[in-house]
Ligand binder design. Structure first.
Ligand code: F6P
Length: 527
């Protein structure tokens, strides 16, 4: 890469692209014009143009579940109809947004009163996976835009999560938002039941549930069966995938936190990225560029993971959010024709906010044996300016990208050591340890500040990147059969733990572990 930079002073200009206020610098990659041309040719030959059209044309691209993937409709501000199954779905989207606005404004303005006549102060979102990660990540990321309501998120079936969250909350001023597309997810339902018990145990009446529990789902009957009045239910549709759903009423907790207008700015930001993705030639298309560079390392260099490193503390949940978005979408090994693939598909996604990661795992990024392509995300301006903090943060981010790319040669290390008082023997021993191989790739995504529109565009950027890669790998990005088996197997194990009865249905290890847990729990006073 260093040689390519030396021979082409225009490399940054040529290999960077801007969409609204988001700049993607992809010049620190092991790519040339030839590489990019071949990658775009590959995309064309694999039908990417058609695949993008199919998404916008509301085709059932999630063919195993016979569903369209229409998250783009949830933020469609173009005025164009989106026709699915013969109906323009845009009016339904507008109606739900309107319902959401009415409710959000009533709660935020203190007009939605709890059972004692007090206004709501705390919102507890109960959901998991896409019904938690998106809302939780965005709410945290946009904390500088939050109003007076305190938002909390409970996802884990470990009661500690619910208990810790409820500590200090008052039922009379707490609103529970139970979010589940299927309204059958075990963790969410048990958390919601326990939340209801807590609410009633503290003296609230059954009737009060109506004003303190609302649901977000596609399943009206299941919501009613759970005990939430469907009048207090916000709807979405099965053409919205769980991990693509924060743009729908699933984003209710986001809107309660930042207000409906800001929520619409988030949608607008995503829409601008959607339009860019739909209309730009591959060579100038940010999601396509990001995706094809990812394919380059995944399939031609054997890179197994991608590190997502936001230099913004409020984006601390962004890597976790992208783990579901990417790994649940592209963690597949069966192609669209039903055959086992003989190439790598979705990478492992991981990361932490900078600069924390620098003092933990960056050592491996710089000198380990694996290639880990990195995406740095960097706001140029802080929403929490304080002294020189932000300059130092920016400097660290840019320095890391530079260090990964340039490395440090043995010649430079030798020169540095030449002025040190160490013995020649010690210098010789140290030399190879201080060399950085460099030539390690990264993308740097810079934006002015992390506001709702920019965050919306960033999320949409990654959503489309994921879709493009699924097309290249010829897999379905929108189903998730791989999560089912564990759910199925957990049921009989839970029954065994309850009944404490031995069974011979499991392998020896699983059976042994079940017995061991039963015995430990028998001896314990706090089961
Ligand atoms: O188990 C995985 C999953 O189905 C995700 O795809 C989804 O986001 C999550 O569970 C929650 O599902 P639901 O919204 O139906 O409760």
């Amino acid at each position: 890469m260093q040689a390519m930079f030396k021979s082409d002073p225009q490399r940054f200009r040529r290999y960077s692209i801007q969409v609204n206020d988001i700049k993607l610098d992809y010049s620190k990659n092991i790519i040339s014009d030839v590489t990019l041309k071949l990658l775009f040719d590959l995309a064309r030959s694999l039908g990417l143009t058609q695949a993008i059209e199919s998404m916008y044309a509301a085709e059932r691209i999630n063919f195993t579940e016979q569903r369209a993937a229409l998250h783009i409709a949830l933020r469609n501000m173009s005025g164009r109809d989106i026709v699915f199954d013969g109906n323009n779905i845009m009016p339904q989207v507008a109606i739900e947004l309107k319902n959401m606005r009415g409710f959000v404004e009533a709660v935020r303005d203190g007009r939605w009163l709890g059972y004692t006549g007090d206004a709501i102060t705390d919102v507890v979102n109960i959901g998991i996976g896409g019904s938690d990660l998106g809302p939780a990540m965005v709410t945290d990321a946009l904390r500088p835009f939050a109003g007076k309501l305190h938002t909390h998120f409970v996802s884990n079936v470990d009661a500690t999560h619910l208990r810790n969250t409820l500590q200090g909350l008052e039922p009379r001023t707490t609103l529970f938002v139970v979010v589940s597309k299927t309204f059958s997810t075990q963790e969410t339902l048990i958390n919601a039941c326990s939340a209801k018990d807590w609410f009633l145990e503290q003296g609230a009446t059954q009737a009060a549930i109506a004003t303190h529990f609302v649901a977000v789902s596609t399943q009206t009957e299941a919501v009613a069966a759970f005990g939430i009045n469907p009048v207090n239910m916000f709807r979405f549709w099965d053409w919205v995938g769980g991990r693509y759903s924060l743009w729908s009423t699933v984003g209710l907790s986001i809107a309660l936190s930042i207000g409906m207008s800001r929520f619409e700015e988030l949608l607008f930001g995503a829409h601008t990225m959607d339009e860019h993705f739909r209309t730009s030639p591959f060579e100038k298309n940010m999601p396509v560029i990001l995706a094809m560079i990812g394919v380059w390392y995944n399939n031609f260099f054997g890179a197994e993971s991608v590190a997502i490193l936001p230099y913004d503390q409020n984006m601390h949940r962004f890597p976790a959010y992208l783990q579901q978005a990417d790994m649940e979408s592209n963690g597949k090994s069966i192609d669209r024709q039903g055959h086992t693939v003989d190439y790598a598909t979705g990478p492992i996604i991981w990361g932490e906010p900078g600069t924390n990661g620098q003092h933990a795992f960056y050592q491996l990024l710089h000198q380990g044996t694996r290639m880990v392509p990195v995406d740095f995300l960097l706001p140029a301006c802080s929403l929490n300016p304080l002294g020189s903090h932000h300059e130092i943060l920016i400097a660290n981010c840019l320095a890391q990208a530079e260090a990964l790319m340039c490395g440090k040669t043995a010649a430079i290390v030798t020169q540095e050591l030449s002025v040190s008082p160490l013995s020649p023997k010690r210098k010789k021993t140290l030399l190879p340890h201080k060399v950085f191989p460099g030539n390690r790739p990264s993308n740097t995504i810079v934006f002015k500040e992390l506001n709702p529109a920019t965050l919306g565009a960033l999320i949409a950027l990654y959503e489309h990147k994921i879709y493009v890669q699924s097309v290249i790998w010829n897999i379905n990005a929108f189903d998730q059969w791989g999560v089912e088996l564990g759910k199925q197997l957990a049921k009989p194990i839970a029954a065994q733990l309850f009944s404490q009865v031995k069974s011979q249905h499991h392998d020896a290890s699983t059976e042994g572990l079940i017995d061991y847990c039963i015995n430990l729990r028998r001896d314990s006073t706090t089961q």
